[in-house]
Design a protein around this ligand. Structure first.
Ligand SMILES: NC(=O)c1ccc[n+]([C@@H]2O[C@H](COP(=O)([O-])OP(=O)(O)OC[C@H]3O[C@@H](n4cnc5c(N)ncnc54)[C@H](OP(=O)(O)O)[C@@H]3O)[C@@H](O)[C@H]2O)c1
Length: 308
């Protein structure tokens, strides 16, 4: 079974690649952005025609944190729509058997009941700070559903919660909350800073899944024949941002005062996925925050040293 993994150098894509290799999949097709720009429809369609994969996993996307989403909405909506349109329609034209489309929990309404079930999609207004990104991802979910309905394809959308792991992005203005906290905690440690500044009030609740668990879910559902077209991937548990800060302070043995910047937007107050559907099919997350963090921090420290 040949698998085209789009976005194999990213956080989620690289975890999927590691997992596919570990599980001994031999025909894995990857290509760098330099050699295939996924925004280019003609190039993507002719690549799929030439390679003829049986499965396409879409882990390529334009992804960013609250600040970048808020200031670069045009890029987020255009690039994500274009990448997924090219890959989903290209897969259809080239008779790909299965498409796994990765989205994110931000596609659900801002004021969703908690935990968030798949059926809450499009039942309310989105969080404004990442609306362009979420609208593009919702279009991807609906595109997969429409192709399944009209053409009897087997395209599946997986909606993972916030993730972290090796190969994450630690850019100051463009990372997600946990990698941003890891970098700040590390800098407090090595620069012997006394103040740990945290974006927002620290009160919002967030769920976090180690990226290898997402990779595991992709491969699990790639091999399953199922009726549902959208499945949440998470741990089903959440903690306050403050709790993650305290976790890092303990892990890195920091002696600091925490300063919450209430002027910065908090984003959605609570976001925890209902993971019962995934469980019904026999999948659940396995890696604890302790274990996931230790693996992630080792990778972070190595790259941080290299960049100094
Ligand atoms: N990070 C999270 O917390 C999280 C949580 C839930 C779901 N997800 C979902 O998982 C998916 C991947 O996210 P991620 O965090 O792994 O993102 P990422 O680390 O930024 O990786 C994205 C990948 O897409 C590639 N890419 C982007 N635009 C491209 C283009 N025009 N042509 C070719 N390649 C292109 C990038 O290539 P380069 O390496 O060349 O830049 C990179 O390999 C997204 O759909 C996201 O919604 C992420």
């Amino acid at each position: 079974m040949s698998i085209f993994l789009a976005g194999h150098k990213g956080l989620v894509g690289s975890a999927i690649l590691r997992k596919l290799r570990k599980k001994n999949y031999k025909k894995i097709i990857t290509i760098s952005r330099k050699n295939l720009d996924l925004l280019d429809q003609k190039a993507v369609h002719s690549f799929l025609k030439k390679k003829k994969p049986k499965v396409v996993i879409i882990a390529a996307a334009k992804v960013g944190g609250v600040y970048h989403n808020n200031t670069h909405g045009a890029d987020f909506i255009y690039e994500n729509l274009q990448i997924q349109n090219n890959l989903i329609h290209g897969s259809f034209k080239n008779k790909v058997k299965k498409v796994i489309f990765l989205g994110s929990s931000c596609i659900y309404p801002k004021k969703s009941k908690q935990p968030i079930k798949e059926k809450y999609l499009l039942t309310g207004k989105l969080e404004e700070t990442n609306e362009p990104y979420a609208v593009a991802k919702i279009a991807g979910v609906k595109m997969c559903e429409a192709y399944n309905k009209q053409y009897k394809t087997k395209y599946l959308s997986l909606m993972p919660t916030n993730t972290y792991g090796p190969n994450d992005n630690y850019h100051t203005n463009n990372s997600h909350f946990f990698p941003a906290l890891i970098k700040k905690a590390h800098e407090c440690k090595i620069k012997k800073q006394k103040i740990f500044k945290v974006w927002g009030s620290g009160k919002p609740l967030r769920e976090l899944i180690f990226v290898d668990d997402i990779a595991d879910a992709c491969i699990f559902f790639m091999n399953k024949n199922i009726k549902d077209t959208i499945i949440n991937i998470g741990t089903g548990k959440d903690m306050r941002i403050k709790d993650y800060v305290n976790f890092l302070i303990k892990k890195l043995k920091l002696k600091v005062n925490i300063k919450y910047d209430n002027k910065k937007p908090d984003g959605v107050f609570r976001k925890v996925l209902d993971v019962n559907l995934a469980r019904k099919y026999g999948w659940k997350s396995k890696i604890s925050l302790e274990k996931g963090f230790d693996i992630t921090y080792k990778d972070f420290e190595k790259k941080y040293k290299k960049n100094q």
